[in-house]
Design a protein. Structure first.
Length: 61
């Protein structure tokens, strides 16, 4: 994936879980979701960092 790919949220960020999944980069997804602290309001993906989702919200545990 190139750095110019645009996420569906409009950001140029290839590190979003949705972009990684669509690119088949499941090992990267696994690494970024092994200790989730946030959830994406848009798609429900859980991630370790808010930098890896489009619309981060704290994950209630």
């Amino acid at each position: 994936m190139e750095a110019t790919d645009t996420c569906h949220c409009g950001a140029k960020h290839t590190g979003h879980i949705c972009m990684l999944k669509s690119g088949g980069r499941l090992e990267d997804v696994a690494h970024l979701t092994n200790h989730p602290t946030v959830v994406c309001f848009t798609c429900g993906a859980e991630a370790n960092s808010e930098d890896n989702v489009c619309s981060p919200m704290p994950l209630d545990k």
